[in-house]
Design a protein around this ligand. Structure first.
Ligand SMILES: [Zn+2]
Ligand SMILES: [Zn+2]
Length: 451
């Protein structure tokens, strides 16, 4: 399908979403249809100028400027990381009389991925990886540029609809979701003390699992919690031909990684899903040298505090046992480091709020455009805004982002379309943005609606 065909298709789809009579009568909808071309332009600009986590200069400037233009009181550079560096968080406030405060969150960062979509607005940005120091591509492979653009559209729509809601809107452009330390950085910068504590939090994420024009929401558990763990397996180095004089950390690592698999299969309650993945392992420099140590990075996933504890206890016990079995002295035992800063709680959709959001989505888009989704193991740091123990109710929903026909064709052929974190992930801009703006605006109008 050519680009103009796609645009035409989108215009038709939009007309289907909003009947002509309602469109004429509804100032909000008019704002939404009038602003769509500009939003698509903003989206494409953001897409071709992505910034990695901690480096969201462009997105943060754009979001701040657009929210200001829409009449919000905007503060940027909100957030401070544990090393004292500033974050690119944006907060836009609009007060509209007494009533509840609603936080609408959109994340803004991109990923170290070389874009392979071939789109005319594809990213060609490269940068030095903060992890490896090597040159990497930068791509909005998770669609956070969609989220930021939707936030701008929602800001305008709700500013135009002030007569229909009351309370306070707190629009948050969040940095560093991919490193799950952005929400925490904003709270550490006294987000709620400075701007007020919200009564409810909503957000959305694009997905390849649903067609553009549709949405899905989980009631209750939505996404797993994650804790990052770094491990250094220490040994005693030596000649590769004389292993008896050394303690080989590479062999110890192999044993350790195999044993880690028994946490999910033997230590944990089978009715509680968990994941323990070793995503990176580095050790050694030459084939005939037994190195001093091997470093590995793990990610863990779970839905309860108890499961988290089972995983972390399992890792610690196995590491201690490894040193014992190898006869290593205490000062050469493995070092286990829990990275609390690169961790996030499970995303829990408060059932009462999630059901209100689900009903609002059904009214906004039509009941057939809203499904109930199951919990998934990927993680998010949006739950950090809810404070420990889910003190502030949260509802987070999925926004379909791929062409319906292409999705049906792919599934008929037995596969899925490229999704978030894939170098071919290419959301359909027009219909995805239109649906995101319309649905989130209607969710906000429901939650802040006048009695
Ligand atoms: Zn992501
Ligand atoms: Zn994401």
């Amino acid at each position: 399908m050519s680009r103009s065909d796609r645009l035409l298709g989108t215009a038709c789809a939009l007309a289907l979403l909003v009947p002509a009579a309602a469109r004429a009568a509804d100032a909000v909808t008019t704002v939404q249809s009038q602003q769509l071309p500009r939003l698509v332009e903003i989206y494409k600009t953001l897409h071709s100028h992505p910034g990695l986590s901690h480096h969201e200069e462009t997105a943060s400037e754009t979001v701040a400027a657009e929210l200001r233009k829409a009449g919000y009181e905007v503060t940027d550079h909100v957030g401070v990381y544990p090393d004292g560096s500033r974050a690119y968080g944006v907060v836009g406030i609009m007060k509209n009389g007494p009533g509840p405060t609603l936080l609408i969150r959109a994340d803004m960062d991109a990923l170290p991925v070389i874009e392979a979509t071939g789109l005319p607005y594809a990213s060609h940005v490269t940068t030095k990886s903060p992890v490896t120091g090597l040159e990497v591509g930068v791509m909005h492979a998770c669609g956070h540029d969609i989220h930021s653009t939707v936030l701008i559209g929602v800001a305008r729509s709700l500013a135009a609809a002030r007569s229909r809601w009351h309370g306070t809107l707190m629009l948050v452009g969040q940095p560093s979701e991919e490193t799950v330390d952005g929400a925490r950085a904003m709270l550490a910068d006294h987000l709620y003390e400075r701007f007020g504590r919200p009564d409810m939090i909503v957000g959305l994420h694009d997905t390849n699992a649903f067609a553009a024009g549709t949405t899905a929401i989980a009631i209750g558990e939505a996404q797993a919690g994650t804790t990052s763990v770094d491990i250094t397996i220490r040994g005693i180095g030596g000649h590769g031909a004389e292993p008896q004089a050394a303690r080989d950390p590479i062999v110890l690592s192999a044993q350790f990684i195999t044993q880690l698999q028994t946490i999910a299969s033997r230590e944990n309650d089978p009715l509680e899903p968990v994941v323990v993945t070793v995503g990176s392992i580095h050790g050694g420099a030459k084939r005939n040298i037994i190195p001093e140590e091997v470093k590995m990075q793990l990610t863990t996933r779970y839905f309860t505090d108890h499961s988290r504890q089972v995983i972390l206890d399992g890792i610690r016990n196995m590491a201690a046992g490894l040193a014992l079995s190898a006869g290593l002295p205490a000062d050469r035992a493995p070092i286990v480091t829990i990275d609390e800063n690169e961790s996030a709680p499970p995303t829990y959709n408060d059932p009462a709020l999630a059901n209100r959001v689900r009903a609002a989505l059904a009214r906004s888009l039509g009941a057939d455009k809203v499904s109930v989704s199951q919990k998934v193991m990927p993680s998010e740091d949006v739950g950090v805004f809810g404070l420990p123990g889910h003190q502030i109710p949260l509802a987070y929903y999925s926004l379909g982002a791929v062409d319906a026909d292409a999705l049906a064709k792919a599934r008929a052929a037995g596969h899925e379309l490229p999704g978030p974190h894939n170098d071919h992930f290419a959301p359909v801009p027009e219909l995805t943005l239109a649906t995101g703006v319309k649905s989130m605006t209607d969710v906000a109008l429901t939650l802040l609606g006048k009695p």
